[in-house]
Ligand binder design. Structure first.
Ligand code: HEM
Length: 499
């Protein structure tokens, strides 16, 4: 009898769990949205979320199902959108209906404070305190330190090339070197600290950020997929990222803030910005929104975490794209040489906007291979639209699959082709302003877009001024599965000579 009762309870619990996981199945079909397939058992359509690179999976789906399609991520209905006009409505024009993102639980109290994933009211305050860090005046101020970092990087590379056999340095990991150099650059520009040797394997900041972003640290994928069906598991499943590393960052940054406070200096950098915020922790507003010391430290981490791998990956992939298209390479060097002649060899913040073709090459790489695979908006008020025949219910998630949306042939003919001309000023009017989605759009877009673009153009100009890169059989990055948000890649290499 006991066995029967136990079996009955077990079956009831299991059936209850299955009903819970499948509760929303059917809602997208009722809206008439093309589905990527039937939801599988309790996993929805995301059983392959960790077996394919996020960007590649989305491109496959877009090619098969068109610009609007439905996906159940576990139990959550999601509408994926690759139409620029619809992206404009959701992110910008009707953003009051879509002003949230999901609360992701990284099982890491520091990473849980990332601005992207805060509820609207808290996000607004955090965004407001981050915004001044990206003003034109601040970026201009940072560029002075950047030039110093870039010169040091190029001098070091030059000495390595010169001392290589036949003055040709083989198997150079440009992405890895850019990554370390950008750590140095951000440390100088945003935190006013100098890293003795950014390539030093013991370098704490480099190791922390590299460790947090490394696919090796993205663990327990199957458990993560289960959290999509049973969000409660987020409370007990081990974290996807290495919490020790973010904790180390928190400790170092706390010490840096304490030292700055003690010194009484004001360097108008991110440490000072964070100190100003620390003074507000006891205000009723910060208390109500649960803005704590952790929230503030996390915003400092964002400077490394949000942009570092993206910038180093995109700037190094740009070189790969350029080399595979010799006519593009020729034009890049021609433009750069004319520019250098005009400015007596000097590259700085004031004049880099003249390097329009180089900027177009960076943007075309940002289009094809951004590090982020997806961004999203959660519907906060029922929304209806006749043009797209859509009725979106509060709580549904609109996903922008960045890699796929950036390949919509309606806006980018021959989408796989690396064609920087698309982004030249003369073609600007032909481009839908919401077709390129790599930095997101609207009030919750990427706050670091200008900073990243200017940094990537500046560092490319510095490097191309002195060096020539050569393709090898291992110059092609391979994109690896790492969950729905990131598309990291394997290391890739070039040979380097002096120009
Ligand atoms: C090539 C480089 C970069 C790319 C492709 C990129 C891309 C993105 C994307 C797609 C989003 C989400 C936007 C949306 O949902 O509409 C985002 C948000 C964000 N990015 Fe970037 N990013 C880059 C560099 C940076 C840098 C260098 C920083 C800071 C130093 C930064 C800071 C942020 C922050 C703070 C957010 C959250 C904004 C908010 O929620 O208000 N990003 N980024």
């Amino acid at each position: 009898m006991l066995a029967f009762v136990l079996a009955f309870i077990l079956i009831t619990v299991l059936v209850g769990l299955v009903i819970y996981a499948r509760w929303h199945y059917g809602t997208l079909e009722k809206l008439g949205i093309p589905m990527v397939g039937k939801p599988f058992l309790i996993f929805g359509n995301t059983i392959d979320a960790y077996s394919k690179a996020g960007g590649a999976l989305d491109i496959e789906r877009f090619n098969k199902f068109g610009p609007i399609y439905g996906v159940y991520e576990g139990r959550h209905p999601q509408i994926h959108i690759c139409d620029a006009e619809l992206i404009r409505l959701v992110t910008t024009k009707d953003s009051e209906y879509f002003n949230d993102k999901r609360r992701l639980d990284f099982r890491d109290p520091l990473l849980n404070e990332m601005p992207d994933f805060q509820a609207y009211e808290k996000w607004k305050v955090v965004r407001n305190f981050l915004t001044p860090a990206f003003s034109s005046a601040k970026i201009k101020l940072m560029m002075g330190s950047m030039v110093v970092t870039l010169q040091r990087f190029c001098d070091h590379l030059k000495s390595e090339v010169v001392s290589s056999p036949g003055q040709k340095m083989e198997k150079f990991n440009l992405h890895g070197e850019y990554f370390s150099m950008i750590t140095d650059l951000i440390s100088r520009c945003c935190f006013s600290i100098e890293i003795e040797n950014p390539s030093d394997p013991q370098n704490l900041f480099v190791n922390i950020v590299r460790g947090l972003l490394s696919p090796d640290n993205v663990g327990y994928p199957m458990l993560e997929v289960l959290t999509y069906s049973f969000p409660i598991l987020q409370k007990i499943a081990p974290g996807m990222m290495n919490a020790k590393l973010s904790n180390d960052f928190g400790e170092i940054f706390s010490e840096m803030m304490a030292a700055r406070k003690k010194s009484g200096e004001n360097k108008r950098d991110i440490i000072d910005l964070c100190l100003e915020q620390m003074d507000k922790l006891d205000t009723p507003e910060y208390k109500r929104l649960n803005i704590t010391k952790r929230t503030i430290i996390c915003q400092a981490l964002v400077f490394f975490f949000a942009g570092q791998d993206q910038m180093s990956s995109i700037a190094s992939c740009m070189i790969n794209n350029m080399l595979k298209n010799p006519e593009v390479e020729k034009k890049v060097y021609q433009e750069l040489d004319q520019f250098l002649k005009k400015h007596n060899g000097k590259i700085d913040y004031e004049n880099i906007s003249e390097l329009q073709y180089l900027f177009a090459c960076i943007t075309e790489t940002v289009r094809l291979v951004p590090f982020f695979s997806r961004t999203e908006r959660v519907c906060t008020k029922d929304w209806e639209n006749k043009e797209f025949d859509l009725k979106i219910k509060e709580g549904m998630t609109m996903i922008i699959p960045i890699w796929a949306a950036n390949r919509n042939p309606k806006y980018f003919p021959n989408p796989e082709k690396f064609d920087p001309e698309r982004f030249m000023p003369k073609n600007k009017d032909k481009l839908h302003p919401y077709a390129l989605t790599s930095f997101g759009h609207g009030p919750r877009n990427c706050i670091g877009q200008r900073f990243s673009n200017e940094t990537m153009v500046l560092l490319s100009a510095f490097v191309l001024k002195q060096f020539k890169f050569h393709l090898r059989s291992d110059s092609e990055p391979a994109y690896v599965p790492a969950g729905p948000f990131f598309s990291p890649h394997t290391p890739f290499y070039f040979d380097v000579t002096l120009r």
